[in-house]
Design a protein around this ligand. Structure first.
Ligand code: ADP
Length: 493
C-alpha cells in the first residue's frame, strides 16, 4: 500500500497541503487563498483563525483524496516567515491578528534602535539587520498596543509564535509550544551562534522570555496532531521557514550551492556550511537547517518585487491577460533594446535597502512598444539577481557556480535564459517546482526514517532543464551597467 508524507505550506497569500511519495513526487495537492488585511498604510495582517481553517481544510481535502488503503505517515510544516502571533496559553485565542512579514508599522522603532547604535550587535548575534521585516519589533508592538498584553505576558499567560509555532500549538491541542531553528533565526531574538534565545536581545526589544517557544532541530519530534483535526494522530516531524525549506527541497546541501525562488518576490539563498558567513554587503546570515544538533548556515538576499511586476503589467497597465503571455511578448523584442524597468514599487530590498526609492521606466525611444516594457520587467528580476550575486562574490570565498531556481516565474524559459546570461552561470530548473513543500516533506521524512542521509535526498533531485550562458561578456557588462545607471536614478540617497 502506498504511503505518503503530508506537507503543509502556509504561505503569504495561500495555504497549501501536498502529499509526497518517498521518491519526492507529488501525489496530491490542495490550496486555499485567504484574506489580506491592510488596516493602515504599510500595515499587513492575516486573521489567525482564517489561516488555521485554511490549513485544516487543505489537509483534510488532500488526505480525503488519497487512494483506498494508502496511509500518511506524518507531516512537515513550512511557513511564511517572521509573521508574528500572540495568543492566550489557556484558551489558544490570539490577542490580535497575525502581523505579516511585509508590515512596516515598526519602522520608527527600528530607526530609533539603529540611531542608538544597536545595529552591529544585532547583526553579530542574529545575522539580521534592524528592520520591521523581522518578528522582534512586531512582537514588542503587540505587547505595547494590545490592552493589558504586556502585564499578561509578564505573568506568563501568553505565548508568542511565528506561524509554524501557532500551527503546532493548534494541531497538538495546546500541548506543544515549539519552533525550529530556521524560524527562530528570523525573529531577531535568537543568537545564531549559540542557538539560544539571547538575553541581551530580549532586553533590547523588551520581550519577556516566558513568551518564547522551545527551539528544535528542523527534523524532530514536534508532537502529534490531535485526532479530532485530521482523523488520526499524525506525528509532526519536520519544520522550516519557507525559503529554508526550498533550499532543502532543492537539495542544496553543500557549501556554495544556491537556490533562488521567483514568486511574488525573489529570495536567493546560498548554503555556506557550518560556519556562519557574515555579510559586509547587507545580505542576511541565517540558519539553513539544523539536523542532529548540527547547524548549517546560509546567506540570503531578498528582492521585494519579482513576479509582482508581471501582476502590475497585467492588472495595472493591462498589457496582457495572463502572466504566461509575457514570454511570447519578450521574444518579440530586438536584442539589446535599452529599456529598463526598476520595480521599486515599495522601495528596494537587498542590497540597496532603500524604502523611499520608487519605480521608473527608463530609456524609452520612439520604437519602444509593449514588448520592450514587458521584457524590461522580466529582465529586472535578472539584474536584481545579479546585484545579489555581486554581493555574494564580495562576501564569500566560494560563491555559487550554478543556481537552482523555482517559483511561478521560472516556467518562463525566456527569463531563465536571460538570467543565465546575466549571471554568467548555469541555471537549473528542477522537475518538481514545489520545492518549499518538498523540503518540508524531506525534513519530516528524515525524522520518520524514510531517508537516512542528505545524500539520499540529493539523489532524488532531478533537473528538468538547464540554461547555459551564451551572451558575450561585453554585452552582459554593458546591459548590467545600464541597469546600475537606472537604479542610481531612482534611489533616494
Ligand atoms: P507566490 O508563491 O509568491 O504567491 P508563485 O511562486 O505562485 O508566487 O508565482 C507567481 C508569480 O509568478 C506571479 O507574480 C506571476 O505574475 C508570476 N508568473 C507566473 N507565470 C509566469 C510566467 N510564465 N512568466 C512570468 N511570470 C510568471
Amino acid at each position: 500500500m502506498p504511503s505518503y508524507i503530508l506537507a503543509v505550506d502556509q504561505g503569504t497569500t495561500s495555504s497549501r497541503a501536498m502529499l509526497f511519495d518517498r521518491g519526492g513526487q507529488v501525489a496530491g495537492s490542495a490550496q486555499q487563498e485567504f484574506t489580506q488585511h491592510y488596516p493602515s498604510d504599510g500595515w499587513v495582517e492575516h486573521d489567525p483563525e482564517e489561516l488555521w481553517q485554511s490549513v485544516l481544510a487543505t489537509c483534510r481535502e488532500v488526505l480525503a483524496g488519497m487512494p483506498e488503503g494508502a496511509t500518511a505517515l506524518g507531516l512537515g510544516i513550512t511557513n511564511q516567515r517572521e509573521t508574528t502571533l500572540l495568543w492566550d496559553r489557556a484558551t489558544g485565542e490570539p490577542l490580535y491578528n497575525a502581523i505579516v512579514w511585509q508590515d512596516r508599522r515598526t519602522a520608527e522603532h527600528c530607526q530609533r534602535l539603529r540611531d542608538a547604535g544597536h545595529a552591529d550587535m544585532v547583526q553579530e548575534r542574529t545575522g539580521l539587520l534592524i528592520d520591521p521585516y523581522f518578528s522582534a519589533t512586531k512582537l514588542a508592538w503587540l505587547l505595547d498596543n494590545v490592552d493589558g498584553a504586556r502585564a499578561r505576558a509578564e505573568r506568563g499567560e501568553l505565548a508568542f509564535g511565528t506561524v509554524d509555532t501557532f500551527l503546532i500549538w493548534r494541531l497538538s491541542g495546546g500541548q506543544r509550544h515549539l519552533t525550529d531553528a530556521t524560524n527562530a533565526s528570523r525573529t531577531a531574538l535568537f543568537n545564531i551562534h549559540t542557538q539560544q534565545w539571547d538575553d541581551d536581545l530580549l532586553a533590547l526589544f523588551e520581550i519577556p522570555a516566558s513568551l518564547l517557544p522551545e527551539v528544535k532541530d528542523s527534523s524532530a519530534d514536534f508532537g502529534r496532531v490531535e485526532a479530532q483535526w485530521l482523523g488520526e494522530a499524525l506525528p509532526i516531524a519536520g519544520v522550516a521557514g519557507d525559503q529554508q525549506a526550498a533550499l532543502v527541497g532543492q537539495a542544496c546541501f553543500t557549501p556554495g550551492m544556491a537556490k533562488s525562488t521567483y514568486g511574488t518576490g525573489c529570495f536567493m539563498v546560498v548554503n555556506t556550511g557550518e560556519e556562519p558567513a557574515c555579510s559586509h554587503n547587507r545580505l542576511l546570515t541565517t540558519v539553513a537547517y539544523r539536523l542532529n544538533g548540527r547547524t548549517t548556515y546560509a546567506m540570503e538576499g531578498s528582492i521585494f518585487v519579482a513576479g509582482a511586476t508581471m501582476q502590475w503589467l497585467r492588472d495595472g497597465l493591462q498589457l496582457f491577460e495572463n502572466a504566461a503571455e509575457s514570454e511570447a511578448l519578450a521574444r518579440k523584442t530586438r536584442s539589446g533594446h535599452s529599456v529598463y524597468l526598476v520595480p521599486a514599487f515599495t522601495g528596494l530590498g537587498a542590497p540597496y535597502w532603500d524604502p523611499k526609492a520608487r519605480g521608473a521606466i527608463l530609456g524609452l525611444t520612439r520604437d519602444t512598444g509593449i514588448a520592450e516594457i514587458v521584457a524590461a520587467g522580466l529582465q529586472a528580476v535578472c539584474y536584481q539577481t545579479r546585484d545579489l550575486q555581486r554581493c555574494m562574490h564580495a562576501d564569500m570565498q566560494a560563491p555559487p557556480g550554478k543556481l537552482r531556481v523555482d517559483g511561478g516565474m521560472v516556467k518562463n524559459s525566456w527569463v531563465m535564459q536571460f538570467l543565465a546570461d546575466m549571471l554568467g552561470v548555469q541555471v537549473d530548473r528542477p522537475e518538481v517546482l514545489e520545492t518549499t513543500a518538498l523540503g518540508a516533506a524531506f525534513l519530516a521524512g528524515l525524522q520518520l526514517g524514510w531517508y537516512t542521509s542528505l545524500d539520499e535526498l540529493a539523489a532524488l533531485w532531478r533537473c528538468e532543464k538547464s540554461f547555459t550562458p551564451s551572451m558575450p561578456d561585453a554585452q552582459r557588462e554593458t546591459l548590467y551597467q545600464g541597469w546600475l545607471d537606472a537604479v542610481g536614478r531612482v534611489r533616494s540617497h
